[in-house]
Design a protein around this ligand. Sequence first.
Ligand code: SF4
Ligand code: SF4
Length: 405
Amino acid sequence: MNRCAKCGACTTVCPVYQVTGKEPHAARGKIHLLERMASSSGSKHFADIFSSCLLCGACLQACPRQVDTPKQVLKARQQIPRSSDEHSFLKFVVRKTFSQPGLLTGLTKVGKVADQALENILPADSGLRLRLDFFRQDRQELATREKYIDIASRTERQAGGISFFAGCYTNYLQPQIGIAIENLLAIAGEGLPHVPTTQACCGLAVQSGGGIIEAKELAQKNIKAFEGSGQILTSCASCYGHLRKYPDLFNDDWEWREKAEAFAARVCEFSTYFAQSSAIMDTLQNLHVGQNGQSVFYHDPCHLRFETAITAAPRHLFSRLGGITLVELPGGPQCCGMGGLFHLAHQNLSQRIRNGLINSLRPFSPTTIVTTCSGCLLQLRQGSSSQGLNAEVKHLAVFFAELLK
Ligand code: SF4
Ligand code: SF4
């Protein structure tokens, strides 16, 4: 581990520290704890501190010594004994659920198991109960919705060209994102993407909860599903960030590491891909939209902003559109507070971070918020309606595919 110089640069960028002001919530505090005690002997308090991280990567980018706090947090979570972690029931349920092929089918089970656990553990007015309503709402919708992979499998597709990694959100909740990607590919002059039916959840959520074994199994499943050549396009920033880190999962297994490296090298973030397509850019150039003064806010997901510095490509797509104002926050992009499991374990903190972003947007009254991360979409959808901003929240691919219809 690189030595922390205690300079405090990370405290100026950590979204959690900025709302709590508590030292253990910043990277510096967490690294200090790790330097002094083994996570395997951690108390509930210790486990709570290490669950209070969004894994956003802002601290790593700001750190002059390149201390990789998100990596250390993940490692600590894997070592925390379940008995010492007050959120272990959620982590246990999520680990089990996310390692199954049908993530959100599994979330129905999460809802039931969590309901039972909640009866015994949480008071009726706990924010965590309210947050888990997500599962209940979507349970009903899921029962009638056709999965994107099933829709895709009805059309003949060739392996060898571009493939599409759908991710759970597109597959189970918003198949229209997959359809939008297909429509954009058609404008770019490509055929239908190959969509392997055996692809699984990327594994980010289960790894964030400390489930390294399940995360490896999911990675192996996806590597096998996408065997072959050609780019693997993905429309979710979190999936993208995680898929390209598959080699890190296999540092002790060189055979799988090699396969993971070949897989990761083929993974491509969709806005980067389309921003390089002259057919897409030319088509956008000829469009004039938003006669009614439409203003659009593009939210940078942390997995693109810090880990891969993909911030220009989505804006490049907007740069060709006439008639809309692209809102930029004066202080720069802000985290939405979702952070995978963070929003389940720390609902209040998650909402405070999210509301900070919504309040920063208020003076600009955006008509639409677009982003490319499944977690951010859920968080912003809730934030926009519950905080009265009432902006429509859309995936970037859906936004552009609708314009180009
Ligand atoms: S920015 Fe890096 S070196 Fe400075 S206090 Fe934070 S973790 Fe330590
Ligand atoms: S990863 Fe993000 S939330 Fe976690 S300590 Fe670093 S800046 Fe804070």
